[in-house]
Design a protein around this ligand. Structure first.
Ligand SMILES: C[S@@+](CC[C@H](N)C(=O)[O-])C[C@H]1O[C@@H](n2cnc3c(N)ncnc32)[C@H](O)[C@@H]1O
Length: 375
């Protein structure tokens, strides 16, 4: 799964051990910014506490729920047999453009064809951009024939979201697709050659056997709303945004697949209208500090323990390691650990950085892990 800011690496490098220790005498683990679900799934599978996880974005909730809400493995082959059979029946029989020699005109032809496919939302919005027409038709067909029964439905949807993220013709996230330019053509061709059903099946094989020791729940909610449900005995986990750009700008393709609809899209990134993209106060310079204070105050009032991770430098949403430390100390007793890691600069580009025209996609930085104990 391509996900910026995933804590997967840190879980193997200090964070996992710390979480296990802090959860030892706890009753529940609550991940307030679930993202890829890496942390919530780690705790559900390895620590065994029931987990509640939430995020503003639906696709994140689906990825997380697919594992934390089950206490038994599922059979990927059984799900795939029926699912793929129904999807196959939905595929149109008429031929579709495939990108040809990837000239501007070839790719434009794919875009025009895709845009005419009124009843296939992913194709209409993203065909000829993040995916070839054939890939989007497959995504639409798989989305439409998703199993009806839970938990198979969520597991299948998570596999499709995972596959789309790995196949998308874009660098790491879906803010801008590769273009058929002299340099971009190669990447576009490579991405459009990826096999959606095969990638979906591969993701299903990975997700279906994973399950929680104790069943938990995942929901779409603002972190402050979820924090109001905390109680003493809970360990809350916070990995809030550090960018001044909304996460929904980078993940609208996955959100469209999660929801099964996109509405109208526009611009080079094919963004849905702003009202359909969740806006976070944590990603706005003018409100991030206020949101952080409100969140920490709520957790402290509920008497819950908390763990907070954040880059130890100034970030584009106006927060910084220093601000995080001082704000946390207003409400909690704080212990601090620092970890070296690579982090995503959200929108950086290694190639442009090399020729001095931008920042690197990933940079080395220190990450803080704060353990917050109620006073
Ligand atoms: C840094 S990422 C979390 C990454 C996650 N820990 C992982 O390992 O994948 C931040 C997440 O917070 C979510 N988010 C942003 N503002 C939020 C809010 N106000 N309430 C809940 N979630 C929010 C974003 O959608 C994004 O998924």
């Amino acid at each position: 799964m391509k996900y910026m800011g995933s804590k997967q690496w840190m879980l193997q490098n200090g964070l996992g051990t710390l979480l296990c220790a802090e959860c030892e005498n706890a009753e529940r683990f609550v991940d307030l910014f679930a993202g890829s679900g890496a942390v919530a799934c780690f705790v559900a599978k390895q620590v065994g506490l029931p987990v509640m996880a939430s995020d503003l974005q639906e696709f994140s909730v689906i990825l997380t729920e697919a594992i934390i809400a089950r206490d038994k493995p599922l059979d990927a082959d059984q799900i795939w047999r029926y699912w793929s059979k129904y999807a196959l029946k939905l595929l149109p029989t008429k031929s579709m453009p495939n990108g040809g020699k990837f000239t501007q005109a070839d790719v434009e032809g794919c875009r025009v064809w895709s845009n005419r496919q009124e009843s296939w939302p992913v194709t209409r919005a993203y065909g000829g951009y993040y995916f070839s027409p054939k890939q989007t038709i497959w995504i639409d067909a798989l989305r439409r024939s998703i199993p009806k029964e839970e938990p198979s439905r969520t597991v299948a949807l998570a596999a499709l979201i995972n596959a789309a993220s790995r196949c998308a013709a874009s660098p790491g996230h879906t803010a801008q697709p590769f273009q058929p330019t002299r340099t971009g053509k190669r990447f576009l061709k490579e991405a459009w050659a990826k096999d959606i059903p095969k990638s979906t099946y591969q993701a299903l094989e990975i997700i279906a056997p994973q399950f929680a020791i104790n069943k938990g729940i995942a929901l779409v909610a603002d972190a402050i709303t979820t924090a109001k449900k905390l109680r003493s005995g809970d360990v809350a986990f916070m990995d809030p945004p550090y960018s001044g750009v909304q996460y929904s700008r980078f993940y609208h393709v996955l959100e469209t697949i999660a929801k099964g609809e996109s509405g109208d899209v526009s611009g080079a990134g094919r963004y849905p209208v702003r009202s359909l993209r969740p806006q976070s106060k944590f990603s706005l310079k003018t409100s991030s500090l206020d949101a952080l204070q409100q969140l920490l105050k709520t957790i402290a009032e509920k008497g819950a323990k908390a763990i907070l991770t954040f880059p130890d430098h100034d970030c584009s949403n106006g927060l910084s390691g220093e601000l995080i430390r001082t704000t946390a100390k207003e409400f909690f007793r704080v212990t601090i650990k620092t970890v070296d890691r690579k982090f995503s600069t959200l929108g950086g580009n290694a190639k442009l950085a090399k020729i001095g025209k931008g920042r690197e996609a990933r940079q080395m930085a220190k990450e803080l892990i704060l353990t917050l104990t109620p006073r």
